[in-house]
Design a protein. Structure first.
Lengths: 337, 337
C-alpha cells in the first residue's frame, strides 16, 4: 500500500525511536472534544502496545458522550499527573496555551506537537502538522497505518470518534478521499460507526431538547433573512437543567436555513455575553467579525466574549457589523465579476 | 484491485451486453429518496456513456433537497415516458408495486432489479440483490468500479447522495468498511461530500424549524421514561407553512434521548391518525407493534395509520401495547440470562 503521509514517514520513525524508555504524557486542550480524546487515547494505547509508558492528561473533564472513546485508557487531570520527569506530547492544540497555564508551566519545552490547525506554529521539538487533514485523529491513524503499528479495537474506535466528530459526521469541506480510506482501514481494525453514533447522537437529555426547543423559538431574522440569530437568556441552563456544554451545535440550526448565510447564537450569562458565528461560505470571514469584538476563530466558525454591555446594544452592533460584511462581499463579487 | 462484488461480476457483464440497442427506463419507488434518485441517475448516466439510450422515471416528483443528485439527467414522471418498447430496470424497489400500478401495468415483466432490501423476492429477469449493502447506490458504485465503467462527476455525486442518505450520514449499522472504501473511490471521481451536505442539510425552511420547535415542545414520556412521544396536532402544517414531508426525521429526536428505547410521532390529520415508531434496538420489534394497528415496517422503524379513532384513545392503546412489549422483552432477557 502507498504511504498515507510520506512526508512524515522518516521523521515519525525517528520520533518513535526517541520515545524509548521515556515516560510519556499525551496532552490536549481545554474543554476536550472528540478529536482531542480520540487522538490522545489512540496515541497512548499505541505507545503502550510498543512498551512505552504513556498516559493521557487534560485540563478539563471528558464530556459524557465522548466517554466511550476513552475505554480503559489511563486519563488524568493535571492534578493526577505522576511526579518526576515526563515527556509531553501535545495533540490537537494549535498552541500550547490551549491546554492551560498549569501544563505550560510544568512542560515549558514540549517534546512533540501533532495537529491539523492552520494556526499551529510548531511549538515543540517534533512537530507533525498537516492542515489538509480533517482531524488530528486522521493524521495519527495515517501514521499508525504507515508504520504498521498495532491499532487495537479501542484505539480504532477512538480515532473514528475523532474523525467523525471533527468532520461533522463527514459533512465538512475538510472531508477528503483520504478521510474515507482511513476510516475504512479503522473499520478493518474494529471501529464501529453505528456504536459510535449511538453514543454521540442518541444520548441526549430531555433538558438538552428543551434547550433546543427554546433556542428554536427564539430565532429571528436580520439582513433580509440572510442572518438568523437565536438567543439563550440568562438563567436558561438552570431552567432546563442543562449546562453550557449542551449549547454546542445549537447555532448550526440557525445556519441550516435556506437563504441564511450566517447563523448566530447569542448567550447571556450573568452580565457577560458570548456569541458564536457560523457562515455557510468562508468568504464571509467570521474570524474577522469576531476579531472586531476581541474574539477569533475560523472563516466559517468563530466566537467572541463581551463584558459590561447590554445584550440589545451588542446585538445591534453585531448586526451592523454583519450587514457591513455582507455588503462588502456583495460589492467585491460585483467588482471581480 | 480486488473485486468489490465478485459474485455479480460475470452476470453483470452479461446483463450489460444484453442492453445493447435497447431503450432503457430506470424506475424507482414512490416518494423517491436519495438512494432512489442517486441510483437511477448514476445508472442512467453510465448507460448513456456506454451509448445505450436511457432515462429515469418515477411515480412521484423529486424532493427539493435531492434535486442536486439529478443534475442534467433526463428524469420523467410516468406520463412523460416515450411510446414504444422500453426495457425496464427497477432500482431500490423491494417489490415492483413500490413504483405503483401504472408502471407495473406498462412493464409487467421487468428486465432487471437492483436492490439491497431484505424482502426483495427477485421479480425481474436479471436480479442483483445484496442485503449486506448499505444502499442500492453502494451496489451500483461497486459494480461500476469492478467493471471500469465511466462514472462522471455527476454520477459520482449522485451515488454519494444515495449512500450518505441511506446510511443516515454513515451512522446506521449497515455502514461497512466497503461503504467507506467505495465513497473514497467516488470522491476520486468527483463526489463532493460537503457540497452534498449543504444541499441535504442546509436548506431547511423557517417553517420546518418552527415545526421541529413545536414537536419538541410536545414531547411527553411514558413507561418510566423509556418511551418518548411527540405529537403534531391537526392543522400544524398550515400553521407553520410546512407539509407532511417536513415531518420526516422528527421522530428521531424523540428516540435520541438517553434512557428512551422507543421514540414515537403521533400525527392527527383531518380525523385520521398516523404514527411513526422508532426503536434503538431491534429487539423491540416495532414492526409487530405496528402490525397490531394494521401497520408495518422494520424492527427499528415502523409506521401505521388509523381512522375513526380519537387521538387520546389511540395514544392509550399504543402506550399499552408498547408497555406490554417492553415487559415481554424484559422477561425474555431474564429467561435467557
Amino acid at each position: 500500500m502507498e504511504l498515507i503521509y510520506p512526508e512524515f514517514y522518516d521523521r515519525f520513525a525517528a520520533f518513535l525511536r526517541s520515545l524509548e524508555n521515556q515516560r510519556v504524557v499525551v496532552i490536549s486542550h481545554a474543554r476536550p472534544d472528540g478529536d482531542c480524546i480520540g487522538s490522545q487515547v489512540a496515541l497512548t494505547r499505541v505507545l503502550r502496545a510498543l512498551g512505552i509508558d504513556a498516559i493521557c492528561a487534560n485540563p478539563d473533564p471528558t464530556p459524557r458522550r465522548i466517554q466511550f472513546a476513552v475505554g480503559d485508557t489511563p486519563l488524568v487531570r493535571f492534578e493526577g499527573l505522576p511526579a518526576g520527569p515526563l515527556t509531553a506530547i501535545y495533540v490537537d492544540c494549535a498552541d500550547q496555551s490551549r491546554a492551560g497555564e498549569k501544563f505550560k508551566t510544568r512542560f515549558p519545552a514540549p517534546f512533540a506537537n501533532i495537529d491539523h490547525h492552520l494556526s499551529n506554529d510548531g511549538f515543540a521539538a517534533h512537530n507533525f502538522i498537516d492542515v489538509g487533514s480533517a482531524a488530528t485523529a486522521e493524521i495519527l491513524a495515517g501514521l499508525f497505518i504507515d508504520h504498521h503499528l498495532p491499532i487495537d479495537a479501542q484505539a480504532a474506535q477512538s480515532l473514528y470518534a475523532g474523525i467523525a466528530t471533527d468532520t461533522g459526521q463527514f459533512r465538512f469541506n475538510s472531508t477528503s478521499r483520504r478521510t474515507f480510506m482511513i476510516v475504512g482501514e479503522l473499520m478493518a481494525r474494529g471501529a464501529q460507526p453505528a456504536a459510535a453514533a449511538a453514543e454521540l447522537y442518541e444520548r441526549e437529555t430531555p433538558g438538552k431538547l428543551d434547550l433546543l426547543q427554546r433556542f428554536l423559538a427564539s430565532l429571528r431574522y436580520e439582513c433580509d433573512g440572510r442572518v438568523c440569530i437565536g438567543s439563550l437568556p440568562d438563567g436558561i441552563y438552570a431552567a432546563t437543567g442543562t449546562s453550557q456544554e449542551d449549547a454546542e451545535g445549537l447555532v448550526d440550526y440557525a445556519r441550516s436555513i435556506e437563504g441564511v448565510d450566517i447563523g448566530v447564537l447569542i448567550e447571556e450569562q450573568s452580565g457577560s455575553i458570548k456569541a458564536s458565528l457560523r457562515a455557510k461560505d468562508p468568504v464571509y470571514r467570521m474570524d474577522l467579525i469576531a476579531a472586531r469584538f476581541n474574539g477569533g476563530g475560523h472563516a466559517c466558525a468563530a466566537g467572541l466574549n463581551q463584558k459590561n454591555i447590554e445584550v440589545d446594544t451588542f446585538r445591534a452592533q453585531l448586526v451592523a457589523a454583519l450587514r457591513e460584511q455582507l455588503e462588502a462581499v456583495a460589492s467585491l463579487k460585483k467588482t471581480t465579476r
